[in-house]
Design a protein around this ligand. Structure first.
Ligand code: NAD
Length: 298
């Protein structure tokens, strides 16, 4: 396993940093992204460039992908110029958040060809991707999981969620529903406090020492909302995609999501107002506009 060639497709906020970690750990890595500039950055760090996902799978034994949407992942995995069409790769690991349906479809396609897949969505953002401190949620065949573990540990801490394809994706959707909800409800609370004359930094300090603390008050507000940089590193489009996948999946399972549906709408409004490429911490600006007050300004 040590001398196997690794492939990496999708070199965005997350993928570029994860692929760089594989290179730093001494692996041979073949990369592809449809944006040439990000490929060039990885080649400068020692990667080899391929001209398609299929070519990555022609040259690598094990292929990782970190891609923005379920439709793109399906095309990259199963499409005519995709990983399954490549000759060499025996195993495909999806590090994106794409939901359980695509994971099941991709696993079935690869199984038919006698190949293995793991769904392995991650949490921890671009900071965790760079530092190798991501939480990795993994589902797939346990017999092959052990061999994959040393490479996954380059990215962070793996949690095995089950053998059935898509189980790790459900785990990830549950987590991201909570993260987006924490951002939405914290925006409402902090905008209210600011309108009443409270200092938002003090509010976070008090909340983080109290029972209301959450990932938004501990991380997103101090880092990207109060300084008004809105550059946490996760787009509104991706967060909306995650919460939509979660609420749709819950509905299909007969699980009502009243709060989740409201959060989904708040992200949809944020996307319509500030654009899909805006950072998802812009959700706080949506609440600011409704309330006629700005966090960070007295
Ligand atoms: P991103 O948009 O920064 O990167 C996606 C990359 O995929 C881009 O470089 C793009 O050019 C490339 N791409 C798109 N279509 C392609 C194709 N057909 N072939 C090859 N490359 C293609 O996204 P990101 O923030 O890195 O997120 C990637 C995945 O990880 C998403 O599923 C996201 O939900 C998940 N995720 C992101 C974060 C985060 O904080 N950014 C955290 C956890 C999980």
């Amino acid at each position: 396993m040590a001398d196997q060639v690794l492939g990496f497709i999708g070199l965005g906020q997350m993928g570029s940093r994860m692929a760089a970690r594989l290179l730093d750990a001494g692996h041979s890595v073949v990369v592809y992204d449809r944006a040439a500039a990000v490929v060039a950055e990885l080649v400068a760090k020692g990667a080899t460039a391929a001209s398609s996902s299929r070519e990555v799978a022609d040259r690598a034994d094990l292929v990782f992908a970190s891609l923005p949407t379920p439709a793109i992942l399906r095309d990259v995995a199963l499409g005519p110029d995709g990983v399954l069409a490549g000759q060499r790769a025996r195993c495909f690991v999806d590090l994106s958040t794409t939901g359980p349906r695509i994971a099941t479809e991709v696993a079935a396609g690869f199984a038919e060809a006698g190949r293995t897949t793991f769904d392995c969505p991650v949490s921890g953002g671009k900071t965790g991707a760079a530092a190798g401190t991501l939480a990795l949620m993994v589902s797939g065949p346990s017999a092959e999981y052990e061999a994959l573990l040393p490479i996954l540990r380059v990215f962070g801490k793996p949690f095995f969620c089950g053998e059935k394809a898509g189980q790790a994706q459900v785990m990830k959707l549950c987590n991201n529903l909570l993260a987006a909800t924490a951002l939405a409800i914290s925006s409402e609370a902090i905008v209210m406090g600011v309108k009443a004359g409270l200092d938002p930094a003090l509010m976070c300090e008090v909340i983080n020492a109290s029972s209301g603390r959450n990932s938004a008050t501990q991380d997103k507000f101090p880092r990207a909302v109060i300084p008004r940089t809105f550059d946490f590193g996760f787009t509104t489009a991706l967060s909306l995609k995650d919460v939509r996948l979660c609420v749709d999946e819950a509905e299909a399972m007969g699980v009502p999501m009243v709060v989740g549906s409201a959060v989904r709408q708040m992200l949809a409004v944020t996307s319509a107002t500030f654009g899909p490429d805006s950072d998802f911490t812009s959700l706080a600006k949506t609440v600011e506009q409704w309330a006629g007050v700005e966090i960070g300004k007295s």
